[in-house]
Design a protein around this ligand. Structure first.
Ligand code: NAD
Length: 296
């Protein structure tokens, strides 16, 4: 029977570990919170006293911890995983941590002869319970293939992110986008409310437009991603509409911080010569600001 050490049994880790138990893996668990560890013990897991004890002899070591400092402590600290882990084992960090911390950990573990990859998850604790997480697997192809059967006990979709450290980078960008969009959505919803619009009607309309669907799959594929900036909807017209929305919001005292930040981009795009080009040219503006040259 394959033994897995699971470290970090919180809202996510606990149901993920339960799913591994259900699929027939032998589980050794560790968490500084004794209660959550003993709940897993009732389901058949062996509770370890230290990360080193959990990792000893395990084929896979999974970490699902709050942040990078804690992942470091659990892996490389006193009585950490690195003190006992077999050189045949695979360490999989599924926590969401800073990519540079992840790179440093993977490299330090490698220097100790320990095989490690990143595989953070998308979706929520509800999906952790259902075993329907989205797994964003970093790591070398041979690591991903080895981890796949284990990871697929916790998720129903695995994306190969493109190499070591790419899983955590993909996760970071996904979160950046959805977290920022949450703020933009809040502004739009409050603007609806203050103008006496039904949010239900607005949600119905916006579910069918780029506003709700996002630009990656609607406006960009046929335009900027193909290098075609001929206008379907011009930057200057978008700027005009954005300014009207910002002005209406100001009259209603609705804060549009996200809208004002976007206005800055559209103004710059217009001033730098993209005014009569497609609004997806904002990608070109941001690429230029990032020092990325050449066509897409
Ligand atoms: P959580 O706070 O519920 O769980 C963290 C667990 O780690 C706790 O049980 C805590 O006791 C334990 N822990 C803390 N320090 C420890 C240590 N030194 N040794 C062993 N265990 C220790 O957090 P969570 O929601 O389960 O999130 C875990 C990770 O997953 C985070 O990196 C989070 O960003 C990420 N994530 C969370 C969600 C979500 O919806 N909650 C979704 C995707 C990713």
């Amino acid at each position: 029977m394959i033994t897995i050490a699971f470290l970090g049994l919180g809202q996510m880790g606990s149901p993920m570990a339960s799913n591994l138990l259900q699929k027939g893996y032998a589980l050794r668990v560790f968490d500084i919170n004794q209660q959550t560890a003993s709940e897993l013990a009732h389901k058949g897991a062996v509770v370890a006293k230290t990360p080193a004890e959990a990792a000893k002899g395990a084929e896979f070591i999974i970490t699902m911890l709050p942040n990078g400092d804690i992942v470091r402590e659990v892996l490389l600290g006193d009585r950490g995983v690195s003190e006992s882990v077999s050189h045949d084992a695979l360490v999989i960090d599924m926590s969401t941590i800073h990519p540079l911390q992840s790179d440093a950990l993977i490299s330090e573990m490698k220097k100790k002869g320990i095989n490690m990859m990143d595989a953070p998850v998308g979706r929520t604790s509800v999906n952790a319970v259902d075993g329907t997480l989205l797994i964003l697997a970093g790591g070398m192809p041979y690591q991903v293939e080895r981890a796949r059967p284990v990871l697929m006990c916790m998720g129903n979709e695995l994306v190969e992110a493109g190499g070591p450290g790419m899983g955590i980078r993909l996760k970071l960008i996904n979160n950046y986008m959805s977290i920022a969009l949450n703020a933009l959505s809040a502004e739009a919803a409050v603007l609806c409310e203050s103008l006496g619009l039904s949010l239900d009607v607005a949600i119905k309309v916006m579910s069918g437009t780029a506003a709700g669907k996002g630009h990656f799959t609607t406006t960009w594929p046929g335009k900027v991603l193909k290098g075609d900036l001929s206008p379907a909807f011009m930057v200057d017209l978008a700027l005009k509409d954005l300014r009207i929305a910002v002005d209406v919001a100001r009259q209603k005292k609705v804060p549009l911080s996200m809208g004002c930040a976007a206005e800055d981009y559209y103004v710059q795009a217009s001033e730098e010569g993209w005014g009569r080009q497609d609004w997806s040219a904002l990608l070109s503006l941001v690429r230029q600001k990032a020092g990325i040259l050449g066509s897409f």
